[in-house]
Design a protein around this ligand. Structure first.
Ligand code: HEM
Ligand code: HEM
Length: 156
């Protein structure tokens, strides 16, 4: 069927990685003095972009979960290799990290003006997961960089 040949997971991976990369940059800028240089200390822009992208990020994540559930129910295709839902490796790391970032992000969003205890806890989780994912994404790029080598010299 044409629908099954449509490489939805491939397309979603590239939208996801662009959004994820921008979330990392704007998130690091939001940490303030330490990494503000990432966006030229324009914290207003970083905040605006981060929150707008957060909505897109959450929607993408839900779409990927629905696609994986649909695939498991119909069980016609084998696992879509580019999706973030997986039982191991970088997919599992990304899956857990995305959940933690979304939950702590929503808590920060809701508590930023009043409940400072929750805000502090959510910030620590949000920030720690960010550092883990910076290392994770660098590793992922290193591991998969062969796909970027289009002309000769690549492993595939
Ligand atoms: C230029 C940057 C990137 C390149 C070249 C790249 C390349 C790849 C490749 C080749 C695969 C494997 C597909 C297969 O097994 O057939 C993959 C899977 C994946 N990518 Fe990326 N990627 C990039 C950026 C990102 C970013 C920023 C994220 C964000 C977290 C990400 C998340 C994932 C995940 C979760 C998988 C599934 C891994 C698994 O099944 O274990 N990628 N990527
Ligand atoms: C790839 C995913 C994400 C990364 C790497 C990331 C990273 C960060 C970082 C490093 C900060 C600064 C934390 C601090 O000041 O202690 C931040 C702030 C924030 N993030 Fe995220 N985040 C991500 C996704 C999300 C999502 C999905 C949401 C909401 C659902 C969200 C909501 C927020 C909010 C509300 C703030 C506080 C903004 C402010 O200071 O005004 N983030 N993020």
């Amino acid at each position: 069927m044409a629908v099954e040949r449509f490489k939805y997971d491939f397309i979603l991976h590239w939208i996801w990685s662009a959004v994820f990369g921008l979330m990392l940059l704007t998130g690091l800028a939001l940490l303030g003095p330490k990494y503000g240089w990432v966006l030229g200390y324009n914290l207003g822009l970083a905040d605006y972009l981060h929150r707008t992208l957060a909505v897109i990020f959450t929607i993408l994540f839900l779409i990927e979960i629905v696609l994986e559930i649909r695939r498991r129910i119909t069980s016609r295709q084998k696992r879509a290799p580019w999706l973030v839902v997986g039982k191991g490796g970088f997919a599992l790391l990304t899956f857990i990290a995305a959940q933690l970032l979304i939950i702590s992000g929503v808590l920060m969003w809701l508590c930023i003006d009043d409940n400072h205890a929750v805000l502090a806890l959510a910030s620590v989780i949000h920030e720690t997961v960010t550092y883990v994912m910076v290392v994770g994404v660098v590793w992922h790029l290193f591991e998969k960089s062969y796909v970027l080598i289009l002309l000769g010299g690549g492993r595939r």
